[in-house]
Design a protein around this ligand. Structure first.
Ligand SMILES: [Zn+2]
Length: 97
């Protein structure tokens, strides 16, 4: 699914796909939870990242990140067609499966 998403980005976006988090350990998830960077504590509420079922993908141009919500909605619509989960408001670069 991720490979298809990246190809789709290349087709419809004038920006580069930037891949951030993919697989995340329980320890890292707990650290992020404690810092308030995630709503998932990694035990009671697991992140899709812990099961390698998510990727954080951003759009960039050079060293600049692009926050075009309409474009992210388009990418998430494609992701949903592949069977992925819907976009999380406030975490538009997260593509969960
Ligand atoms: Zn994520």
């Amino acid at each position: 699914m991720v490979a298809l998403l990246i190809q789709y980005v290349r087709l419809v976006c004038p920006y580069d796909p930037i891949i951030d988090w993919c697989k995340r350990s329980g320890q890292e998830q707990a650290r992020m939870f404690k810092l308030g960077l995630s709503e998932c504590d990694g035990v009671k509420k697991r992140s899709d990242h812990q099961d390698a079922k998510a990727i954080d993908l951003y759009l960039g141009k050079g060293s600049k990140l692009i926050w075009d919500k309409a474009l992210y909605r388009k990418l998430h619509k494609f992701w949903s067609l592949l069977g992925g989960k819907e976009m999380i408001p406030g975490d538009i670069g997260h593509f969960g499966g």
